[in-house]
Write a protein of this length. Structure first.
Lengths: 238, 238
């Protein structure tokens, strides 16, 4: 079994959530998004370490949280200006013998143990994997106000986290992105640039990224068990 | 000024809305989605005709609606099995002198007069245009369970309706799709296949397609004025 870590990214500012607090520190049913994500990651049997990455200014807040009960939890490290700086900071903090790493957004705090397990298993076998859901929308690639192409809808998925990788692969991807001055909107994208196949594990729309106030409401509804039944199935079109 | 029609498509079955009724006949604040869409289309000054397209089995329901007050409204025509069959049926019902047509999903009943006007204006000038919003998600093109590519997020938009076209262009696009046995998930796609540039008009996330029960709840919230403030801006990523 490969030694396995989960990086939980909470360095985003989340101004749009309308809270004075950074979004990872927003509360959902009396518990912060960050705490929920950390707890779920720690509950995965295959996970050995859970490494939080926070904005430096938020480190004092961390110590106000009561997280002593969470197993496997490492001291937080400060993130960087860009997502991949935060990932690199988290990676740098891991012990040398960690071979498999999942990167997860704290704001996706409804992720399940089973989803994390499935992504880790796929990455363990294939090197790289991510959680994603089929998109309901017809996607248009648009440039200069005109449609460039309409990719087949059956091929269009929305990336989620966790995204998991063999550690050396992610390190190589980050180094190459840095050398090429490329910024990705997710981590898998940087690994794709190496020409390495990235496996897709089908997740659930429940694993939403909580970014806006109404996302918190949707998350509340999910937790109440009366949550939306948004299906991954495509809409009827006629 | 070109003679202008709006096709309002309501032939979808919408089983997922959990109503016994087809979705266009579901009520939102005491008014069906269909009626709302028809009223908004009729309120556009540049629109001369509003042509509903219904499933044949729903025609009896139509006559139970009280729509006499809606100006410009034509008798409904029965749609077909596929979206483009319904569009073709609507087109065939229009007077020969109609030169510009917008196709709109009845289930997008929160569309505004201004949005329809802007799409019609762009199509009048350029031949083809659609309403769309930037996607918040990182989109993956996926084939056989692996990532094929990650299109740049700044280029990924979600198509909405209305989509508007010069009539002869849409007829040609439908004929070519039929000849090639191609099924599109939206109408613009068929016009794109002709190699004709399709303009993109930025819409609003408020113009959602009501497909699932929680979509009705979101639409209620919008109508109550307390609706979600889901922004078209990209999420922060760090």
């Amino acid at each position: 079994m490969m030694k396995t870590a989960v990086l939980v990214l909470a360095a985003g500012r989340g101004e749009r959530l309308g809270h004075a607090l950074p979004k990872a520190f927003a509360a959902l049913r009396g518990k912060t998004l960050l705490q929920r994500s950390l707890e779920t990651a720690a509950a995965v049997p295959e996970v050995d370490l859970v490494q939080p990455v926070l904005a430096a200014v938020d480190l004092p807040r961390w110590f106000a949280l009561e997280l002593a009960a969470i197993a496997k939890l490492c001291e937080p490290v400060p993130g960087g200006a860009e997502r991949q700086d935060s990932v690199a900071a988290g990676l740098a903090a891991l012990p040398q013998d960690v071979e498999l790493v999942a990167v997860h957004d704290a704001a996706r705090c409804l992720v399940t143990v089973e989803e994390i397990r499935r992504v880790l298993a796929a990455a363990s076998e294939h090197g790289a994997a991510l959680l994603a859901v089929p998109l309901r929308d017809t996607v248009k690639r648009v440039r200069d106000g005109e449609v460039l192409e309409t990719p087949p809808r059956s091929e269009c998925w929305a990336a989620q986290t966790p995204q998991a990788f063999r550690v050396e692969l992610l390190r190589e991807a980050l180094a190459k992105a840095r050398a090429d001055a490329v910024l990705g909107t997710d981590d898998a994208q940087l690994v794709e640039r190496l020409g390495v196949p990235v496996k897709v594990v089908e997740g659930s729309p429940r694993n939403l990224k909580i970014t806006l106030p109404e996302d918190l409401e949707v998350a509340e509804a999910w937790l109440a068990g009366a949550g939306p039944a948004r299906s991954a199935r495509r809409e009827d079109q006629a």
